[in-house]
Design a protein around this ligand. Sequence first.
Ligand code: NAP
Length: 258
Amino acid sequence: MTNQSCALITGASRGIGRGIAVELAKAGYDILVNYAGNRQAAEETKKIVEETGRRAEIWQADVSKLEDHGKLVDGAIAIFGRLDLLVNNAGVAPKVRADLLEMSEESYRHVIDVNLTGPFFLTQYAANRMIALRKSGVMPRGRIVFITSISAYTASINRGEYCLSKAGLSMAVKLFADRLAEEEIFVYEIQPGVIATDMTSVVTAKYDQLISAGLTPQKRWGRPEDVGKAVSAIAQGYFDFSTGATIEVGGGFEIRRL
Ligand code: NAP
């Protein structure tokens, strides 16, 4: 048994996933950096984590491929001896922002596979392994975080498949939180607002304009570390009596204003 807590973060090579990796490392976690194709970016995240004094290892896996899940989770446990925290962060936007009446079946299936089906079954696999690790006394509890989006409740008719995927993931949080509470595994949803990453770099001008016009009370782009800090608070146990909770990291986007 090792005393060092370990987190597996999907899509930790870039953007929000990297921001989460850095904040968790600062909180004392060793990190398994999952990535899909950009190994160089994953190496950079590993380097940044190691600069904090924590251990990081890299693992390529496509979260939409269910056959990769066992190797990913068991790989983390083989490397670190335990799995205290799973962060379902990896996600994609539609390759083309098409009107709802024009959206292709291919785009629908791709986004749902990566953003919803993948994290659902990855969580199912990881939860079973966490239960076994807890029962054998390796770790006292487990925690699981889903990075959804304000799109879980906000309609954008030019990326409906993305909104559907995040709304579905939001329900996955409630289902797993309910089922896993008795196993001492706590489950949370974080809904980022507009965060500056590669994903949003294609719509920078649009969001610059919206933010300066008052889209959110806090008139700035979110940063990956804003999301990382919320995950870190959960990881440090500050929300252990709040399983199933949703935390928005969106500069006040959710406030209805008149
Ligand atoms: P990003 O900059 O595009 O980074 C995406 C990350 O996910 C990369 O690490 C990428 O790996 C990984 N990834 C993509 N497909 C994958 C797959 N099939 N299997 C494993 N990893 C995969 O995106 P981001 O903005 O950081 O977004 C991260 C999460 O936050 C997503 O779930 C997104 O929906 C959500 N979110 C983002 C915003 C925002 O404004 N940016 C707002 C709300 C929610 P590679 O580097 O190997 O490609």
